[in-house]
Design a binder for this molecule. Structure first.
Ligand code: G3H
Length: 541
């Protein structure tokens, strides 16, 4: 059988999909959470087609798995009004609630979220084609992240439960919310990355307008009643509709205090510019990246291949942290490519529910055309596809292509391909790799592969000032989630991590007073009578 037929045949007949991975029924969402109510929707809807195709008489067809509301600006504005009213200039129930009570609400929500694990995991798999195993991991990692956030906030609150006395002035310093947060997540981690901003923003007392990602939308439906039941009215509102129709008006209202977006720098720039009061808008952004691997002549080639393989091709290269260009010293380039090709050939490809599968169909409808165009462009500028069957495709599946030698005239040198193409560039002098990173518009992470300590040290010092994480003999990645996750240039604004995120979505406020006997008595009365949620010495155990 030729390879194209092999690829065609990875897609099943409808009746060959194992029962335990099937959705019980398509999810046709006709309601959404706004102002504490599930509002029903009878207008236009968007049909969701899975990246998973089935064999039909008309050839491979994406499976219809549901639909969701396409609301207009009017509904988005009503949800904005609800979030503004719930915040009530910082006087609402949620922003003034004590930390322990807010934590309790988030714990209740997490319990209800865990009850929905099965359907959410299936929807991650069906909506974005992520392997079932990785979809489970995404869910579990998100729950762990929420519990870690709760622990981190408890620690922060414990540290803030006393007073500092300096130069005769006493102060209690705590963190308070910022206002209304517009939260938008990416399709590649539609649950996890969305919740790494939404949950910290929420738990710190902000009110939320949440727009689900363009793929990975339906999986948020099973959580809406939990949001409604666990938080005061209007604290969490979920908006649906075309981003370019509903989001600009929200920004132009000037009522959004924080924009948090994991997505493209182009969208972030456009949205920020729409806000009329630039100084009032905070932005917490995780954006584009083109992380490079640098494999020097002193690298352990086997190890470098193993790490760059998962670094570049996990979830088909659709990770912001993926290695998107591999620089290899000319003296070992042939050997590296030969071993890398062999490793690619060993990756299992198929349907997301298959055990051990690494390569799966892609959700974005025009992605394969884009990837083909990148390869054509590289060929026109002198590169070749080095691995057997590289760049073959069928339906929504694209087989990884290792492209070499890549140079600066090619799209693959500059653009974030966000898919299963591995561009390889050879170099003679390490200075070329440093120059590449200096000139790049992105600055998230880099991976250095070398066993020579002085060579590694000589790269670390310039590179920590170009990117925000230098990985040694290790692929680029976000985790562990307690480590700071950020980037320079067009790659990020602000820092996320369990501890950083709760700081990013809050500001320090303090209550200060001169230490005289009248003030001491006054403050003692407030604390002992428990009349303020902010000024309090209560300790969360
Ligand atoms: O898409 C970007 C994600 O933050 C990457 O996270 O490195 O854990 O896959 P990861």
């Amino acid at each position: 059988m030729d390879f194209n037929s092999t690829l065609q045949n990875i897609f099943p007949q409808a009746d060959q999909i194992p029962a335990e991975y099937q959705l019980d029924a398509p999810v046709h969402q006709r309601e959404y959470l706004s102002n504490g109510e599930m509002k029903s929707w009878e207008g236009q809807v968007h049909e969701v087609f899975s990246p998973i195709c089935t064999q039909t008489e008309q050839g491979l067809q994406r499976v219809l798995i549901g639909s969701y509301p396409v609301c207009s600006e009017k509904e988005a504005q009503l949800s904005l009004d609800a979030a503004v009213a719930a915040y009530n200039n910082g006087r609402g129930e949620w922003p003034t609630m004590g930390v322990a009570e807010r934590i309790h609400c988030v714990e209740q929500f997490t319990g209800k979220m865990i009850e929905q694990k099965e359907i959410i995991v299936k929807l991650i798999m069906w909506e974005i084609g992520k392997s079932f195993a990785d979809s489970v991991k995404e869910f579990d990692r998100t729950v762990e992240y929420i519990y870690a956030t709760i622990d981190s906030l408890k620690n922060l609150d414990r540290d803030s439960s006393g007073f500092d006395i300096v130069d005769g002035i006493a102060a209690q310093v705590r963190r308070s919310p910022l206002g209304v947060v517009l939260c938008m997540g990416p399709f590649n981690y539609p649950l996890n990355e969305t919740f790494t901003t939404l949950i910290p923003a929420l738990i710190m007392g902000n009110t939320i307008l949440f727009k689900p990602p363009k793929f990975g939308t339906l999986l948020h439906y099973p959580l809406q009643e939990a949001f409604r039941d666990c938080f005061p009215k209007g604290v969490v509102n979920i908006i649906y509709g075309r981003g370019n129709t509903i989001v600009p008006g929200l920004m132009q209202s000037g009522k959004i205090n924080v924009l948090t977006l994991i997505g493209s720098s182009k969208v972030a720039n456009e949205l920020k510019k729409q806000h009329p009061k630039v100084n009032r808008l905070r932005a917490v952004l995780g954006l584009d990246a083109k992380n490079a691997a640098i494999v020097t002549a002193n690298a352990d080639i086997e190890l470098a291949v193993k790490e760059t393989l998962t670094g570049s091709l996990s979830f088909n290269g659709q990770r912001c942290t993926a290695l998107k260009i591999v620089w290899v010293h000319r003296s070992i380039a042939d050997e590296f490519i030969s071993q890398f090709n062999q490793a690619v050939a060993g990756l299992k490809f198929g349907m997301p529910w298959e055990k051990g599968v690494s390569l799966t169909p892609l959700p974005e409808p025009n992605k394969i055309e884009y990837l083909n165009a990148c390869i054509e462009d590289a060929k026109a500028h002198g590169a070749s596809v080095m691995n057997e069957n590289g760049g073959s495709s069928a339906g929504s599946f694209f087989y990884p292509a290792v492209v070499y030698p890549v140079n600066k005239n090619m799209k693959l040198y500059h653009e974030e391909q966000f898919g299963p193409i591995v561009p390889v560039v050879s170099f003679d002098d390490l200075e070329e790799t440093i120059e590449y990173l200096i000139e790049a518009t992105h600055g998230q992470q880099v991976s250095i592969f070398s066993n020579n300590s002085s060579e590694v040290a000589a790269l670390i010092d310039p590179l920590v000032n170009q990117v925000s994480r230098v990985n040694i003999n290790t692929q680029c990645q976000r985790g562990p989630d307690v480590f700071p996750f950020t980037g320079r240039k067009d790659s990020a604004e602000g820092t996320l991590s369990v501890a950083d995120a709760i700081r990013a979505f809050s500001i320090r406020s303090l209550v200060a007073f001169k230490m005289n006997s009248a003030n001491k008595q006054l403050i003692n009365e407030i604390v002992h009578q428990d009349t303020s949620n902010f000024l309090s010495t209560k300790f969360i155990f």
